[in-house]
Design a protein around this ligand. Structure first.
Ligand SMILES: NC(=O)c1ccc[n+]([C@@H]2O[C@H](COP(=O)([O-])OP(=O)(O)OC[C@H]3O[C@@H](n4cnc5c(N)ncnc54)[C@H](O)[C@@H]3O)[C@@H](O)[C@H]2O)c1
Length: 336
């Protein structure tokens, strides 16, 4: 393929959980794309996650910060960036409760700097053919009661500094479409799970605690509900939206897999009991309830009708198949 035919997109946060699942998938699917991966390798970024594409000439890794304006300007110009998929963020709710500052800086100021760099560059370089895809979360909608689902028209009601920072960044992106007609879209996804997730998150914490014979910590009464989606299904939704969504649109992506945290812990323990049985008893015996997270949202659940009907997206993994793959991956990685 000639250099001319290759399109270059900028992916931010590509050494993190979702980004590092997305980039190998994207490069394998699209031989006519090259990816510049901008990640400043916070504690959450890991080059190990990118091992499978370490030798790819179509993956250019740059260690740098999305808040660094001169760097962003240089990247857009040097690589003639045609599109952006923006994953980079501080992503852990517990950390945002302890130390909100960095969430405001990275998630809000960083997104602003990035979209402003995109606008400035594309103003003279293919404004209409460009694409700015902002990756966001269902947490912007706040908490649900027992009934109902979040749709694209649900009001924003973020409850944690993390979700407030993501909601703010969504609003910035929205405003760039309305004010500047920038070709921007947003996808809001439910909780992801699968390979390469940072060990601070729920499922890796459960697996690690179980295998190291420690109490498996479950917040409050364990009945908080999240709508779980296997990470590669999210990647396919992002791919579809990036290529097909109309400018200014938002899409919710979710797996219709509502599970209480306690159910997740029990499921993982059951899978571990089969694949790595203890000498006596079940891993379930290690489940231990701990003080609830401050402001812990009770329930999230996504209505993904729009992306299904308009873009033909469908989750491939069931909760059962996704959980089996996830536990297998952590066991093979000798996670503890
Ligand atoms: N994990 C989920 O369940 C989930 C669900 C919905 C939406 N999201 C969103 O998807 C995106 C990716 O989530 P994730 O779980 O992969 O997060 P992650 O924490 O695993 O990875 C984030 C990555 O961003 C990088 N990063 C952080 N600050 C940066 C900065 N200032 N400059 C450059 N890089 C920086 C980190 O080094 C890391 O590699 C986030 O925007 C998150 O809000 C995540």
């Amino acid at each position: 393929m000639s250099e001319q035919a290759i399109k270059t997109i900028l992916i931010t946060g590509g050494a993190g959980f979702i980004g590092s699942n997305f980039i190998p998938y994207f490069l394998a699917k699209y031989p006519d794309y090259r990816v510049v991966n901008l990640d400043n390798l916070t504690y959450a970024g890991n080059m190990e996650n990118l091992k499978e594409i370490a030798d790819s000439p179509r993956h250019i890794f740059i260690r740098g910060d999305i808040c660094d304006r001169p760097l962003l300007k240089d990247i857009f110009m040097r690589y003639e960036i045609k599109g952006v998929i923006h994953f980079a963020a501080e992503s852990h709710v517990d950390n945002s409760i302890e130390k909100p500052d960095i969430f405001i800086h990275t998630n809000i100021v960083g997104t602003f700097n990035l979209i402003e760099a995109a606008r400035n560059y594309w103003f003279n370089n293919g404004y209409e053919e460009s694409r700015f895809h902002h990756i966001s979360t269902d947490e912007v909608y706040g908490s649900l009661g027992k009934e109902g689902l979040f749709s694209e028209s649900s009001p924003y009601a973020p409850n944690s500094p993390y979700s407030a920072s993501k909601a703010s960044s969504d609003m910035i992106v929205r405003s760039y479409f309305h004010t500047y007609k920038l070709n921007a879209i947003i996808t809001n996804c439910s909780n992801n799970y699968g390979a390469k997730q940072h060990q601070e998150k729920l499922m890796p914490t459960i697996i690690r605690s179980a295998l190291s014979n420690k109490p498996i910590p479950i917040y409050g009464d364990g009945k908080n509900i999240r709508d779980w989606l296997y990470v590669t299904d999210h990647c396919e939704g992002i791919d579809l939206a990036f290529h097909k969504a109309q400018a200014g649109e938002t899409y919710n992506i979710g797996g219709k897999n509502e599970k209480e945290n306690l159910e997740i812990a029990i499921k993982i323990c059951e899978l571990l009991d089969i694949s790595r049985p203890k000498s006596s008893g079940s891993y379930k015996d290690q489940i231990s309830f701990v003080k609830d997270r401050a402001g812990h949202d009770r329930r999230y659940a996504i209505d993904a009708t729009k992306i299904k009907t308009k873009l033909g997206w469908k989750a491939k993994e069931t909760f059962e198949s996704g959980m089996i793959k996830t536990v297998k991956w952590y066991l093979e990685k000798r996670f503890i």
